[in-house]
Ligand binder design. Structure first.
Ligand code: FAD
Length: 304
């Protein structure tokens, strides 16, 4: 299989390696792309981003949660981070993964956890909460939970994965909801998703344009792809679109010079800031997206 996307996706799903990595601590290059191991160090990392005109969407790392106990603990950590962001007065909101707060345990229990997080976020400066999308089955359930909550809460949004055929309908359906648009990070079957980079890129651009022309809600374009970013910038100018409703997003530690350059050009920029001990799945998915990210590993062996 070699160092292919499929190989790294398979590794990212390995629970034994995940458990070993947690014990081993932040290592093998993960310290370049994970902002902090705890709340205080992460708040400091956000302050540095804010000083460069960049906001943050913060993710409490955690995967393979199969007990109510672990899910409840994760929910409490997320709420603690919401409070810390508000107390510190930093410019940030949160991204959550529903599998971390009980989607694989019991859907109703997960729904209640999301509600509690949304309520806490509302009480702390009406903070936005983004529900990240995961592999297909979990993504379908994430949208079902969003459908139940979006009438009650205005501070909730989610992610559209451009590789999914259903994305075009989702863009239309969630016109009034704050959305992040991505290419998609998981391995999906040809029954539900585009398979080639060309098809995915083409659909991604189509969806971005459809969204920017038809929605008055906030849109985040989350990609490291400079060609797509340049295309979007041109599109914004050609159509004289409101830049207050559009932001670019990238992951913490990736293309930092480009991040700062885009922010300096007057575009809103938000960095996805993961924190915590459970870095393994997140980090290995980054290798799946771009095997050259292995450089982070080799560099870190020589750079403390
Ligand atoms: P790619 O298709 O990986 O790269 C395109 C081109 O960009 C490359 O050929 C190269 O020329 C250039 N490039 C890319 N990376 C680099 C680099 N590090 N250095 C130099 N050049 C580079 N996926 C989900 O499924 N659900 C989510 O909720 C989700 N949230 C995300 C949030 C954020 C903020 C981001 C940035 C991504 C998120 N993703 C999510 C992942 C996303 O779906 C893609 O898998 C990931 O972003 C890789 O695709 P890409 O668009 O960045 O560009």
């Amino acid at each position: 299989m070699g160092l292919t996307r499929d190989f790294f996706i398979m590794l990212s799903e390995n629970q034994t390696l995940n458990a070993a990595a947690k014990r081993y601590g932040l290592a093998l290059g993960a310290n370049k792309v994970v902002a902090g191991v705890d709340i205080p160090s992460t708040i400091e990392a956000i302050k540095v981003l804010n000083s460069k005109g960049i906001t943050a969407t913060v993710d409490n790392l955690g995967e393979f949660v199969f007990s109510k106990e672990e899910a409840t603990k994760a929910k409490e950590e997320i709420i603690a981070m919401i409070k810390a962001i508000d107390n510190a007065g930093v410019k940030a909101h949160m991204s959550i993964k529903l599998t971390q707060i009980g989607l694989d345990v019991d859907k109703e229990f997960c729904y209640e956890n999301v509600r509690e997080i949304l309520m806490a976020a509302y009480q702390h400066g009406n903070m936005h909460i983004n529900m990240d999308t995961e592999d297909y089955n979990h993504t379908v359930q994430t949208f079902e939970i969003l459908d139940r909550l979006k009438g009650e809460f205005k501070n909730v949004g989610t992610v559209i994965q451009a590789y999914l055929f259903r994305a075009t309908d989702e863009i239309e359906k969630y016109k009034d909801v704050r959305l992040r648009l991505v290419k998609g990070a998981y391995k999906e079957s040809p029954e539900v998703a585009y398979q080639t980079k060309e098809d995915i890129d083409e659909n991604y651009i189509k969806l971005i344009e459809q969204r920017l022309l038809n929605s008055k809600a906030m849109t985040s374009i989350a990609t490291h792809d400079h060609n797509i970013i340049n295309h979007v910038k041109k599109f914004i100018n050609q159509h004289n679109l409101n830049k207050d409703l559009i932001e670019f997003q990238m992951l913490y530690g990736f293309r930092t010079e480009l991040q700062e350059e885009i922010a300096k050009q007057g575009y809103q920029f938000c960095v996805y800031v993961p924190f915590g001990q459970d870095w393994y799945g997140y980090f290995v998915r980054r290798l799946a997206e771009r095997p050259q990210n292995l450089q982070l590993v080799t560099k870190s062996i020589f750079t403390p």
